[in-house]
Design a protein around this ligand. Structure first.
Ligand SMILES: *Cc1c(COP(=O)(O)O)cnc(C)c1O
Length: 473
């Protein structure tokens, strides 16, 4: 493709992108296709000869787009948001254009130095003290895995890295709560701890980890000759948005010399609000923290901010230095390839730099505050309604609720009734919610956080929830 042709299609595409951003609210939120429907529309064999951009774009619009679930739809209330913003999209265009592979300082000094600076910004924004160093990982899952690996190596004096597991270090224990995200279990499996060596600590009535139970479990493991190694605590669990008591957990970790990693993948973005800082009380005592700007900070997926207190331990855990990666620079440079699992790295700092500069800290605070306010409005509606119940206390912009009709007609099984309600809502295409189980009960999870979600979107959704619910009963 020559430059003139690129320009022509580029301008057309930017027009398409702007049009999409303005009208995505009219599309079905959750794709309504059936499994295999898109496969059938994709050519079975790669084309021998190149095709025109016109025909590629036309196929994209007519065949592919219907198979896309629109995460940037203002009535996307499923999972957690993976929100985005125009400045972030523009930065991604530049990142793609530069096509730089930023594995080390030398392969793109600006990417490395901007990453360091932007992580300093973010650290200050969420209120961490300045003894943390940051790195951008591809996902919270990777950050948690890196933390688990560091904990494993620290406690064994880097022996597993050298010789693998043996009889003495085969019983390293990881502690997390029964509400923790599955990435902790996955990370512990990958890092070789073994599923049997993960302790899922009981949670209290607010779904936070019981620090006393944690302590008792550590004592019992020590008695059995096991080696307590790491605690993964959460600020904002995925199911109900629970917050573990970080300060209490940190003091248990200190008592037994355990590594503490804090998973604040979603709720961490709200730590930029002074009025929400209480939930992070004690976070400065952690060894490692992850928050996902790609969830709730207007930055396109993927961009996960990982802060560590002892970067040397992380680097010592992950470093490798074959001849072909050696450089002849001074000692004072950072090679982020040694801070994460993949060697190759995208220029991820750029989009976060665009976003923070464009909105400013106050602009970002306003948007997150707006989402929390919308959720508290929904909370009020649910509390006022005699046919719906808030199943867990609202956490920031996350709500778990269910239909619990005063006069239960046809349906005696409330779980079944709510599953039907959820399916009908999502099949309608105008909203998208996901499900959860809370202490055994099937509930609907309403998570607010798409950049452009406004009061009218949650009002519409609430009207629809009530309408479909009453038609079912
Ligand atoms: C979303 C989420 C994760 C996983 O995030 P990825 O970046 O997709 O790996 C981990 N922990 C919590 C609490 C989450 O909400």
């Amino acid at each position: 493709m020559d430059i003139d042709e690129f320009k022509k299609h580029g301008h057309r595409l930017v027009d398409w992108m702007a049009e999409y951003m303005g009208s995505v609210g009219k599309l079905p939120v959750r794709s309504q296709v059936k499994p295999g429907q898109i496969t059938d529309l994709l050519q079975e064999k790669p084309p021998k000869k190149g095709e025109s951009m016109d025909s590629i774009l036309e196929d994209f619009e007519t065949n592919i787009l219907p198979g896309v679930t629109h995460w940037q739809h203002p009535k996307f209330f499923a999972y957690f948001p993976a929100n985005s913003s125009p400045p972030s999209v523009l930065a991604e265009m530049l990142t793609a254009t530069l096509g730089a592979q930023c594995m080390m300082w030398q392969t793109s000094p600006a990417a490395t130095e901007m990453e360091t600076r932007i992580m300093e910004w973010l650290s200050e924004m969420i209120g961490l003290p300045n003894n943390f160093s940051g790195v951008i990982q591809d996902s919270a899952s990777s950050a948690t895995l890196c933390a688990l690996l560091t904990a494993r190596e620290k406690i064994t004096g880097w022996a597993v890295n050298k010789s693998g597991f043996n009889a003495e270090n085969s019983k390293l224990i990881v502690y997390t709560s029964e509400e923790a995200h599955s990435s902790t279990e996955k990370g512990a499996k990958i890092a070789g701890f073994g599923r049997d060596n993960i302790r899922f600590i009981r949670t209290d009535s607010q779904f936070g980890m019981c620090a006393d139970t944690l302590r008792a479990q550590i004592l019992s493991d020590l008695e059995q000759g096991a080696v307590p190694t790491c605690v993964v605590a959460s600020i904002g669990t995925t199911g109900v948005g629970a917050v573990d008591p970080i300060r209490k957990i940190a003091s248990v970790c200190e008592e037994f010399d355990l590594f503490l990693h804090v998973d604040a993948a979603w709720a961490g973005s709200a730590m930029i609000l002074p009025e929400q800082k209480a939930m992070a009380d004690g976070v400065e005592l952690a060894d490692s923290i992850v928050i996902n700007p790609h969830k709730w900070l207007l930055t396109n997926f993927d961009c996960s901010a990982h802060f560590v207190k002892d970067p040397e331990a992380l680097v010592r855990t992950l470093t490798i230095l074959p001849e072909y990666l050696k450089n002849n620079e001074s000692e004072n440079i950072i090679d982020y390839r040694d801070w994460s699992i993949p060697l190759g790295r995208r220029f991820r700092a750029l989009k976060l730099w665009f976003v923070i500069r464009y909105y400013g800290v106050e602009g970002l605070q306003e948007i997150i505050r707006k989402h929390i306010k919308l959720a508290s409005q929904v909370e009020e509606w649910i509390n006022r309604s005699s046919n719906f119940e808030l199943v867990t206390p609202r956490s920031l912009s996350l709500i778990n609720f269910r239909f619990l009709p005063e006069h239960n007609g046809k349906f005696l099984d409330i779980d079944e009734l709510n599953l039907k309600l959820l399916n009908e809502l999502n099949d309608s295409g105008s909203v998208y919610f996901t499900q959860n189980r809370v202490r055994g009960d099937f509930v609907i999870r309403w998570s607010i956080g798409q950049t452009n979600t406004e009061l009218r979107h949650v009002e519409d959704a609430w009207i629809q929830v009530q309408k479909i619910a009453s038609s079912l009963n």
